[in-house]
Structure formats: C-alpha cells, structure tokens
Design a protein around this ligand. Structure first.
Ligand code: BEZ
Length: 208
C-alpha cells in the first residue's frame, strides 16, 4: 500500500553516512525531505545529490532537513560522497541512509518491481513538523529531479498553512496567490485589505 498525503510518515531506525538515525527524533520540529536513489556511483544520482548539497542554505532557511536514501552500505556511501563533492563542486553535509536490507525502501514503497527489480525509484516525501506526509513524488530512474521545485512546494505549503490562500500554476515566492473558494467576499475584504482581483467568483487573486 502506498503512503497517502496526510498520513504520518512511518518512523524507522537506520544506519546512515553520519551514523544511526531515528527518523522522527532526527526530524525534531523541522520539516523533512526524504528522497531515494537507485544506487551509489550512478551518474544521475551523483548530480542530484550535488544539486541538493548546493541548496543546503535554501533548505535551512525554510527549516527543512534533507535525508537521502540509497540501497548501498555506509562504506560505499562514504566513497561516493567523495566523488560527489569532487565532481559537483560541493560538500554533502546531509545524511544518506544506508538501506542495504531495503527496510526503509519497503516501508515507504520505494521499490517498484515492474520498473526496477531491486533498486528504488526516485521517490520524494515532504514531511511537515507534525510528521504528516505533505507531498509524494515518484520519478523514473532515468530522470533527475528538479530540487528547486521541491523548494517551491515547501514555500507554497508553508504559506498556505497559515493563510486562506492557495498557489496557482507555476507560482513562485512573491507572485500573486488565489483566495480559497471557501472564503466569502466579506471575509476576503477583511483578510486582504490590499484588495483582490475577481476574474470569476471562484477565481480571485491577490498579492501578499
Ligand atoms: C543514475 O542515477 O544515473 C541511474 C540509475 C539507474 C538507472 C539509470 C540511471
């Protein structure tokens, strides 16, 4: 059974490149991004981990801890991290889970046998401070993910958790948002004194 949005992210204990991790305890009160890789020493994964490392400050700014997973062991991860740092011109500071027994991959349904029999596909889980799953993504092994898109989703979640708005297609931080249809015009007048644009009764945009 695949994990669904709103469910509590399953807890686990596992070895990683920085030592043992108890997932929920490790997350503490932060947001989390858990993402899987088919295997160590593979080209696309190497670029993905480099891209994530380069965005370290952006994730930290948003109170997010990132945790990678690959189904190889700790020693292999250490050797691979050296290659990532060298070829991607960065420093990997986040942990990589060493999921050789595929315990976490199975718990999170990251192995799709019809796609790749033994290794994981490229799964992503965004987890909020209440440990709830807020986003799931599944990419094929052949396609590297866009890590700026993960930041964009986190920006949207953190904004819309606190305001009665949603974010439209291709939204980025600073662009207009849409007012939730459940908000009456009367309430909208109070919540958005800066005004809003009514394109249709159900499509009202505003600047925050
Ligand atoms: C890669 O990470 O480069 C990769 C892994 C598995 C299949 C194809 C590409």
């Amino acid at each position: 059974m695949s994990l669904k949005l709103g469910e509590i992210a399953p807890d686990f204990e596992a070895q990683s490149s920085v030592g043992p991790i108890k997932f929920h305890q490790w997350l503490g009160d932060k947001w989390g991004v858990l993402f899987s890789h088919p295997a160590d020493f593979t080209p696309v994964c190497t670029t993905e981990l480099g891209a994530t490392a380069r965005l370290e400050d952006e994730f930290a700014k948003r109170n997010v801890k990132v945790l990678a997973l690959s189904v190889d062991g700790v020693e292999s991860h250490h050797e691979w991290i050296k290659d990532i740092n060298e070829t991607q011109n960065t420093t990997v500071n986040f942990p990589i889970l060493a999921d050789s027994d595929r315990k976490v991959a199975t718990l999170y349904d990251m192995i799709h046998p019809q796609a790749t029999e033994k290794t994981t596909v490229r799964s992503v889980f965004i987890i909020d401070p209440n440990k709830k799953i807020r986003l799931t993504l599944t990419y094929p092994a052949s396609t590297g993910r866009n890590f700026n898109e993960l930041l964009r989703v986190i920006d949207s979640l953190q904004l819309t958790d606190n305001r009665k708005v949603a974010t439209p297609a291709d939204w980025e931080h600073g662009k207009d948002v849409v007012i939730l249809p459940s908000v009456s015009n009367e309430e909208a007048n109070k919540l958005f004194p800066q005004g809003y644009d009514t394109k249709k009764p159900y499509l009202r945009t505003t600047k925050l």
